[in-house]
Design a protein around this ligand. Structure first.
Ligand code: SF4
Length: 331
């Protein structure tokens, strides 16, 4: 879905399956998308739609003994899925980094936050101990942590949730990555701190050409940060659009449902929020045809029998829904 430059990351036919006692679960099933230099791409869907597994597959952070990953993940002329573990380790945390939802999962409780940032700088940037420490303090300052020299010597448990997330962002940015996967970076934080973290990410991004893949179930966050959106459902891409078009002219009933469930401040407080009925399907027992059909108010007979093809339209949009096919509806 085309921008003027070549993509920085190009994911083609990504398929990730887990080997479980109950059988094989395909959590990501043929996902394709590109990420262009300097853009923020929103990767959207409910929990269990395969967004995080997509990121973990790209970064090769899943246990290989329990997982099969197929497809192609081109980054900088290399298919990341073919790199040996050491090459991949050098890319993670330097060229590509990840911000997780819960900062404590990324922070080591027995190292000070300064040591953790400095350690990454010594490994990836080959800085000596003194320079790495100085840069760690600079990074804490950059993410607007007050008294960075004092905070650098503190352990993660001494910091508030919002401050810990700032430390994780400082770590993610410390080696000037070209791409960051931010997985629900504000979900674990209270609303005021969420707004601060979003403003911080936007501010930091302005000064760099770093691309961000923003993984979230929250379309409000996407509206503020992303320029393009990929919507996933049950392990597949169901819609892609520039953010403004998605908000004004969503085509997939699932996307429309997500948009209707955004709280609007001016809405009468007695009015219930619209919810998408039902739940994400059990990946061991996927419905036949369109996987969204049991929840879709617009489902037709064909939806229960055949998977909809991906329809490309308007130069930079696509949707997988029978309603947008030549044979069954508008285009
Ligand atoms: Fe609904 Fe059919 Fe479109 Fe699936 S293909 S989203 S069931 S209308």
């Amino acid at each position: 879905m085309k921008a003027n430059s070549d993509p920085l990351l190009s994911i083609k036919g990504l398929k990730t399956s887990f080997h479980t006692h109950d059988g094989i679960i395909t959590a990501v099933d043929g996902v394709d998308f590109d990420v262009f230099p300097g853009e923020t791409l929103g990767l959207v869907g409910e929990s269990g739609c395969g967004k995080s597994v997509t990121a973990l597959s790209v970064l090769r952070l899943l246990n290989p003994s329990m997982t099969t990953i197929q497809g192609q993940v081109d980054f900088d002329g290399k298919n990341l899925l073919n790199l040996d573990p050491e090459e991949m380790r050098m890319i993670r945390g330097s060229t590509i980094s990840m911000i997780f939802q819960e900062p404590m999962t990324s922070l080591n409780p027995i190292l000070t936050v300064g040591e953790q940032i400095a350690e990454s700088l010594r490994l990836h940037e080959k800085l000596d101990k003194k320079k790495a420490w100085e840069k760690a303090i600079h990074m804490l300052e950059m993410v607007q942590i007050p008294s960075p020299e004092i905070r650098a010597s503190q352990y993660p448990h001494k910091l508030s949730g919002g401050m810990r997330q700032r430390v994780v962002i400082a770590m993610a940015l410390s080696c000037n990555p070209r791409l960051i996967f931010a997985d629900e970076p504000t979900t674990a934080l209270d609303v005021t701190i969420q707004a601060q973290i979003i403003r911080l990410l936007e501010h930091l991004k302005k000064g760099s050409n770093t691309s961000i893949v923003l993984i979230t179930h929250d379309l409000g966050v996407v509206a503020q940060m992303a320029s393009r959106v990929v919507v996933m459902y049950a392990g597949r891409v169901v819609e892609e659009a520039p953010v403004v078009e998605l908000f004004h002219d969503a085509r997939h009933p699932y996307t429309k449902g997500l948009l209707k469930s955004i709280p609007i401040i001016t809405r009468n407080i007695k009015t219930r929020l619209n919810e998408i009925p039902g739940i994400v399907p059990n990946l061991l027992h996927m419905p036949k045809g369109c996987s969204f059909h049991p929840r879709c108010s617009e489902a037709m007979d064909i939806c229960k029998k055949e998977s909809p093809p991906m329809i490309y339209f308007k130069k930079n949009r696509r949707v997988a829904c029978w309603l947008t096919s030549d044979d069954y509806g508008e285009n």
